[in-house]
Design a protein around this ligand. Structure first.
Ligand code: IMP
Ligand code: MG
Length: 182
């Protein structure tokens, strides 16, 4: 896969926003913080499919505490570059979260609707704690009130791909994160 700082594909221009090295460094920092905060707790890391699968895989391998992994799947973008504004659950969690420390692992928070939706997925359950980590946050684009407990990078309101995030289901295997220039 391309490691170039910028390249063109199918008439689109991809410009590197966050390099592989910077991602790896930040993921290590987040993993250390989580390991310190959840020492002796064995949290459940709840990955949000599909976008967070690479982030979650890298994160747990940098953590030095026991943890469990589960996944939920939601959809919001419907394949395009603009959020559809309504979220659907495609798969709920399998674990018994009651009494457990749950860390929801997202790739990116944009409008914040997905995070709100995920919060509601846990309504009616009784976890010991429920926290949210997102690798990316489009800090100026929130349309609902939401809170993230751990954030990798604040980024501008631009469509980004790579490191698990998709563009019409493609480009997830790019190692850096790229902006697709309009
Ligand atoms: P929100 O509900 O508007 O906060 O959008 C969050 C979800 O939309 C994320 O979990 C991503 O899956 C997807 N998303 C938001 N922005 C981008 C982007 O720039 N590139 C790829 N996916 C994105
Ligand atoms: Mg996501």
């Amino acid at each position: 896969m391309s490691k170039a700082k910028s390249f063109e594909r199918d008439g689109e221009k991809y410009v590197e926003l966050i390099s592989e090295e910077k991602i790896n460094k930040r993921v290590k920092e987040l993993a250390k913080q989580l390991s310190d905060d959840y020492r002796d707790k064995c949290p459940i890391l709840m990955g949000v499919l599909n976008g967070a699968f690479i982030f979650l895989a890298d994160l747990i391998r940098e953590m030095d505490i026991d943890c469990e992994v589960d996944f939920v799947k939601i959809s919001s973008y419907g394949g395009g570059r603009v959020s559809l504004g309504f979220i659907k659950s495609k798969k709920g969690f399998d674990s018994d979260v009651d009494g457990r420390d749950v860390i929801v692992v997202e790739d990116i928070a944009d409008s914040g609707r997905s995070i709100k939706f995920l919060e509601k997925m846990f309504a009616g359950t009784n976890p010991a704690s429920l926290k949210f980590v997102s690798l990316l946050l489009k800090e100026d684009n929130a349309v609902v009130d939401f809170k993230l407990d751990y954030v990798g990078f604040n980024i501008p309101t631009k469509f980004v791909v790579g490191y698990g995030l998709d563009f019409d289901q493609k480009e997830r295997n790019l190692r850096s994160i790229y902006v697709i220039e309009e």
